[in-house]
Design a protein around this ligand. Sequence first.
Ligand code: NI
Length: 163
Amino acid sequence: MAIRKITEYPGEVLGKIGQPVTKFDQELADLCVDMFDTMYDAEGVGLAAPQIGLNLRLFVMDCEGTKLIAANPEIIATDGEQSSPEGCLSVGKVPAVVVRPMNATLRAQDEKGEWFEREASGYAARAFMHETDHCNGTLFIDHLPKLRREMILKRFKKEKNWK
Ligand code: NI
């Protein structure tokens, strides 16, 4: 399959609410293979369709033993709290501490259109929420206070210029 180009901040598609996935066909299955390939190549633990320029509610992840495809994802329950560093392939993996719930339940469809629910804790729960956010046009930096967000973006731009 193929490694796709990752859309980086401030790519317009990253700020859009994704369109629902409606066709669960071979094309979608192939797209998911490309998304896994792209994610592993970039050494990420999750990748959402807007990150490869597609305005779609779809993500893949492989994080601490939780490997799945999620179409039309929703977070249906959360509890607790965690405060850990988080990064994003679209923001050069520059890390920032984001406060999120400790546990999350994801509801989504697999590549065949079957609905499922999955619970996760810690890092994998963080991935559920981070990737579902991407499907809603939200980046992890949007959860940060303005000054910290600006600091992260400054570092990202600086590192980009070095490359
Ligand atoms: Ni991300």
